[in-house]
Design a protein around this ligand. Structure first.
Ligand SMILES: *[C@@H]1O[C@H](CO)[C@@H](O)[C@H](O)[C@H]1NC(C)=O
Ligand SMILES: *[C@@H]1O[C@H](CO)[C@@H](O)[C@H](O)[C@H]1NC(C)=O
Ligand SMILES: *[C@@H]1O[C@H](CO)[C@@H](O)[C@H](O)[C@H]1NC(C)=O
Ligand SMILES: *[C@@H]1O[C@H](CO)[C@@H](O)[C@H](O)[C@H]1NC(C)=O
Ligand SMILES: *[C@@H]1O[C@H](CO)[C@@H](O)[C@H](O)[C@H]1NC(C)=O
Ligand SMILES: *[C@@H]1O[C@H](CO)[C@@H](O)[C@H](O)[C@H]1NC(C)=O
Ligand SMILES: *[C@@H]1O[C@H](CO)[C@@H](O)[C@H](O)[C@H]1NC(C)=O
Ligand SMILES: *[C@@H]1O[C@H](CO)[C@@H](O)[C@H](O)[C@H]1NC(C)=O
Ligand SMILES: *[C@@H]1O[C@H](CO)[C@@H](O)[C@H](O)[C@H]1NC(C)=O
Ligand SMILES: *[C@@H]1O[C@H](CO)[C@@H](O)[C@H](O)[C@H]1NC(C)=O
Length: 412
């Protein structure tokens, strides 16, 4: 069984590579199916191409790329209903057919299975093919979506087997569209939001089997967040945030500051920073004052969509992190973990935060976390040790030098 998340590659980067090779164009699929009342019931738009490798009668291998828009039909595509699944069917000439089907359940639906089949008996598409017949290739996707969202993914999905490579990117997809209106609410795939690294080393050889490599999670981009009260800044936060959800499957999510909104509020005894984006409904950091002279992170609330479309929510108002005196900021450059619940933790990177007493929109002097000061303590020690060794080395070479010059004099 294939998972839908498979070696994502930035779509545009990948396309650029193909332009450089001068080999392939994509087939831009666009399908807007309507029901009997002319209301849209299925909307699909993406780019795709396939490379099929086959053996010829003189025992060589040939690879063809299918992206020919001139002879494409969508016969058999249907919107489905409560009893029948929806289907997108595409015929590339007479030799290749492609189907994606959807299964409907009460509260959600699945992008179910991708099936491609090609007919090597067709000598125009597969000239000189040694074996003649129909070759089917299927991938079970089982990707769950709710009815009120449109799935969007710019990143590349590729499926590959020995003889067939399938690429899909720039996907917009909504099946079982309700009330004839394609949703404005997007469900953005994880690959688009986690800034996955671009890997396209194996692209030039279509016969290579792509295996998903376990890549180390990249560290998140540091974002600048602030809250204003009237027209003065009252809360400042600079941090890279990585969410770690460990329900049935571990899920690491880096917050991309450029696509994340922030708001909040400031009061004398509490302050709140709220982040949200297309995947995170809200992520709240609530700060409080204790003993009248210190602040700390007291509460974290999160509600976000997971890859399967379900909503993950956790709240904990009994935390104690990022503790510093009022009138200063809290600084921690090293990675720190804010453990919110058994299933949810936040890894912070290059953190600086000041939820109270911000003056002129600038951070006050920082109280640095213990982890950082360990490092700062080690640096002078290391420098001292190195200097000590240097002095000893200079001294020894001086002594040796003196000896040599003395013996030199004696021999003359
Ligand atoms: C799909 O087609 C319907 C009817 O032709 C049209 O009203 C609608 O705007 C189209 N939707 C999109 C997203 O193109
Ligand atoms: C649907 O649209 C077609 C042309 O776009 C039109 O001929 C037909 O009458 C419409 N049907 C309904 C039920 O509106
Ligand atoms: C989708 O297609 C696969 C493979 O062709 C098939 O096994 C499955 O039953 C289909 N599901 C639906 C809902 O049609
Ligand atoms: C495969 O292609 C051959 C030659 O074009 C054709 O005769 C045959 O009917 C095709 N098979 C199927 C199942 O479409
Ligand atoms: C579709 O319309 C029905 C009734 O008009 C309404 O109850 C439902 O919320 C609508 N669904 C969406 C997704 O807009
Ligand atoms: C703050 O806003 C008020 C009204 O919106 C305005 O009168 C005042 O000049 C502003 N102060 C500063 C420092 O911009
Ligand atoms: C995520 O959390 C789990 C359980 O707490 C932990 O084992 C894992 O190392 C964490 N991963 C990262 C990248 O922080
Ligand atoms: C979605 O995934 C989460 C975490 O793996 C799980 O707890 C939840 O039950 C799943 N939701 C559905 C509807 O399958
Ligand atoms: C956080 O979530 C809890 C439980 O859902 C709720 O009681 C609390 O009011 C929330 N706090 C904020 C500041 O929204
Ligand atoms: C809050 O946390 C403290 C220590 O972390 C613990 O002693 C206390 O029982 C917790 N309170 C609640 C209501 O969970």
């Amino acid at each position: 069984m294939m998972r839908f998340r498979l070696s994502p590659v930035s779509g545009s980067g990948f396309f650029m590579l193909f332009l450089l090779l001068g080999a392939v164009q994509a087939y831009p699929l666009k399908l807007n199916l309507t029901d009997l009342k002319n209301a849209t019931c299925l909307y699909a738009k993406w780019d795709m191409d396939f490379q099929i490798t086959y053996e010829t009668t003189n025992h060589t291998y040939k690879t063809i790329t299918i992206s020919d828009p001139s002879s494409v039909t969508y016969d058999g595509s249907s919107c489905g209903d409560d009893h029948n699944g929806a289907k997108i069917m595409v015929q590339f000439g007479s030799a290749i057919s492609w189907t994606l089907n959807f299964t409907k359940e009460v509260s959600h639906y699945f992008i179910d299975t991708i099936s491609l089949s090609y007919n090597t008996s067709d000598s125009t598409t597969f000239p000189g093919a040694a074996a003649k017949g129909i070759v089917p290739v299927t991938h079970s996707v089982r990707f769950e979506l709710s009815f009120d969202v449109i799935f969007r993914c710019n990143s590349l999905f590729n499926f590959s087997q020995e003889s067939v490579v399938e690429n899909y990117w720039d996907i917009h997809l909504q099946a079982f569209v309700q009330n004839g209106t394609v949703s404005k609410k997007e469900y953005v795939c994880e690959e688009d939001t986690t800034e996955a690294p671009v890997i396209h080393t194996t692209m030039s050889s279509p016969t290579t089997t792509f295996t998903p490599t376990s890549k180390p999670t990249p560290t998140p981009t540091v974002g600048n967040y602030s809250v204003t009260n009237g027209n003065t800044t009252c809360l400042l936060a600079t941090m890279g945030l990585q969410l770690n959800i460990t329900e049935k499957v571990p899920f690491i999510f880096n917050i991309n500051p450029t696509t994340t909104n922030f708001t909040g509020s400031c009061h004398p005894e509490t302050a709140q920073l709220r982040l949200n984006n297309s995947q995170i409904k809200h992520l709240d950091f609530i700060f409080a004052v204790k003993n009248e002279n210190r602040f700390y992170l007291k509460e974290v609330n999160i509600s976000m969509y997971l890859t399967n479309g379900s909503v993950f929510s956790v709240a904990n108002d009994n935390l104690s992190f990022w503790d510093a005196p009022l009138g200063s900021s809290y600084l921690c450059n090293k990675e720190q973990v804010v453990s919110v619940s058994k299933t949810f933790q936040i890894n912070t990177f290059n953190l600086k935060v000041q939820p109270f007493n911000v003056t002129e929109g600038k951070y006050s002097t920082a109280e640095e976390c213990a982890a950082d000061s360990d490092l700062n303590f080690l640096i002078p020690v290391a420098v001292g040790v190195a200097l000590g060794f240097l002095i000893i080395a200079v001294f020894i070479s001086y002594m040796i030098g003196r000896r040599k010059s003395r013996t030199g004099y004696q021999s003359v």
